[in-house]
Design a protein around this ligand. Structure first.
Ligand code: ADP
Ligand code: MG
Length: 588
């Protein structure tokens, strides 16, 4: 039987290092966080061979006094905490006092530092945990760290490292996160003596985002700002048109620290619901500021996750702020042929307003299918209407838009500054969805009772599932009763649906319920079913529309929210500016 024994320091250091230092990027993160904590305003990062050969960070921060240099490499040695109470009011990025000990344990480190105001500085080395003698050093004020031959004494770790380019990618990502979190700091990153990027201290957040992610994203940013109690949310979200296949471009910072948070990520995804197609993810850069005692940062070795005192309130803050912003923004997709000049393709264009002002009650009542009750005017649109430029409003002609139907599927519409191609099904689907949602909210969705209930056969387990959600279905106007076995009775259906489809709707609803691996909330389910109904009831591609129907459909485009996307996240319209036409025909 093996006996219990106390592990030597050499081993415990390597174990501790394993938690914090996974790859070169982890070293870069720890060193730069120390520089930020030291109040540095300039940071130079030099990397060689993906960080395995050399990671050098030079800062102009407060520096370390000579006597403290040997302590910097001791584990649990920090200048940032004094007692346990401090743990609950952490204002610095570091506080565990473990990073330098860990790095010193698995690399060959030279630490040189001169505190501001001192005439000379000092240097010390730590090779694989062995601390060398203290020597004087004549460098600039601030701190300079050279980390060489990472994992030289842990060959297994070293073998786990990926190609130089991959490791460098992780380093660039780390520096990016920190550079976004620390405004007013200038950054320089180089690899094998080549500049990767330089960010001047004067570059604001929007400019930084442009530098790191390109002008396409920069031009599609929508600023957000909100305060709720002690919490403040700022940053940018991007137009759904720059969606991504994964959530990696969703950056979240809490008190200047980049973090991952499933719940807030979910809030963001919820806010974009209906604007993105399934499997797509939005781009966002959100910054939360909270009093330090409302967030516990001591729950994860690399502090990439935190725990909130009131996670629910933050969830709602993110969801409602982002959702409102998206509702107010004009998100009509814009078309350009050749690569456009920066700043010319996206200028916050809003759908021209006068048509909206002209909408008459009679037109409102007539939906494209003549189902009068399908669309209703909404009481107060002033707050929810798309943002409109006041000048544009005055200059525009007060005639209804000119429009034609193509292929019985698309409407081409002339607007004041361009041409809009509308997908008739997608647009109608969104209009119906928004109108019904409003009616459900007001308890106004009428249902049609069936004189003779209609039996529907579904698999037994689906019948049980449907009965379990009976109340929810009733909210949609879909009344069901148990007939025993695998048969359900439809007793009523939503009056807005075309006749004959209640059975079909129930089938789809039940299938939809059964297909969910995770039980959706009542609100989500209702929403999903509404989308389904809207899709079924909306005019289809292939339906020929008369001029009145076209006019009515287009009028409603201004009355509902999010009419730029169908409820499944497909765009409903593409905008091609007149300027772009002029440009293509070389008129300008
Ligand atoms: P922590 O950051 O958790 O305190 P570290 O091991 O990262 O622990 O650093 C130990 C200590 O070394 C810090 O508390 C700080 O006092 C000092 N230090 C490290 N890097 C710097 C730096 N770039 N400038 C000034 N002081 C530093
Ligand atoms: Mg630290």
């Amino acid at each position: 039987m093996s006996r219990i024994r106390q592990l030597p320091l050499e081993v415990t250091t390597k174990i501790a290092a394993g938690e914090v230092i996974e790859r070169p990027a982890s070293v870069v993160k720890e060193l730069l966080e120390n520089s930020i904590d030291a109040g540095a305003t300039r940071m130079d990062v030099e990397i060689e061979q993906g960080g395995v050969e050399l990671i050098r960070v030079v800062d102009d921060g407060c520096g370390i006094v000579a006597e403290d240099l040997p302590l910097a490499f001791a584990s649990h040695a920090t200048s940032k905490l004094a007692d346990a109470e401090d743990l609950f009011r952490v204002q610095t990025l570091g506080f565990r006092g473990e990073a330098l000990a860990s790095i010193g344990g698995v690399a060959q480190v030279t630490l040189q530092s001169r505190p501001t105001g001192e005439l000379v500085g000092a240097e010390i080395e730590c090779h694989g945990g062995k601390i060398g003698p203290l020597r004087s050093w004549n460098g600039a004020a601030g701190t300079r760290m050279d980390v060489r031959h990472l994992f030289f004494n842990t060959p297994v770790r070293r073998r786990f490292l990926k190609a130089t380019g991959t490791e460098m990618g992780h380093i660039a990502e780390t520096v990016t996160r920190l550079a976004l979190a620390a405004p007013h700091v200038s950054w320089k990153l180089s690899h094998n003596s080549r500049d990767v990027f330089q960010v001047p201290a004067s570059a604001g957040l929007r400019e930084r985002l442009g530098l790191f992610f390109g002008s396409e994203i920069q031009e599609m940013l929508i600023p957000v700002e909100a305060v709720h109690g002690p919490a403040r949310l700022t940053g940018f979200i991007a137009d759904p048109a720059c969606d991504r296949g994964n959530p990696r471009m969703q950056y979240l910072f809490v008190n200047g620290r980049w973090i991952r948070d499933r719940s807030l990520g979910h809030a963001l995804q919820e806010a974009y619901r209906g604007l993105l197609m399934v499997g797509r993810h939005c781009v966002a850069f959100l910054f939360l500021e909270l009093p330090p005692d409302l967030v516990d940062v001591n729950v994860h070795p690399t502090k990439a996750e935190v725990r909130f005192r009131d996670g629910q309130a933050l969830y709602h803050l993110v969801l409602s702020t982002v959702r409102d912003k998206l509702r107010q923004a004009d998100l009509t997709a814009r078309l350009t042929l050749a690569p456009a000049q920066p700043g010319t393709t996206w200028n916050g264009h809003a759908w021209p307003a006068p048509q909206r002002l002209q909408v008459q009650e009679s037109l409102l009542a007539a939906s494209p299918r003549g189902e009068g009750q399908a669309l209703a005017p909404r009481p107060d649109r002033s707050q929810l209407a798309p943002r409109v430029d006041a000048n544009a409003e005055r200059e525009l002609p007060s005639l209804p838009p000119r429009a034609i139907q193509l292929y019985d599927a698309y409407l081409v519409v002339e607007t004041a500054d361009g041409m809009l191609v509308v997908d008739q099904h997608a647009l109608h689907e969104r209009i119906l969805y928004e109108a019904w949602k409003e009616r459900i909210r007001n308890g106004e969705l009428e249902c049609q009772r069936l004189l003779v209930p209609e039996p529907v056969e579904v698999p037994v387990e689906q019948a049980a599932l449907a009965l379990e959600h009976r109340e929810l279905l009733a909210k949609l106007g879909l009344g069901i009763e148990d007939f025993g076995g695998n048969t359900l009775l439809v007793t009523s259906y939503p009056a807005i649906l075309p006749k004959g489809s209640p059975v079909q709707l129930l089938r789809s609803a039940v299938e939809h319920l059964a297909s969910k691996d995770r039980a959706p909330t009542a609100e989500q389910l209702l929403d999903d079913l509404l989308r389904l109904m809207a899709c079924k009831a909306a005019i289809k591609a292939g339906d020929h529309l008369g001029p009145d129907e076209i006019a009515s459909l287009l009028e409603h485009r201004h009355l509902a929210d999010h009419t730029h996307h169908c409820p499944h996240g497909r765009p409903t319209a593409l905008f091609f500016s007149k300027h772009e036409l002029d440009r293509q025909f070389k008129r300008v």
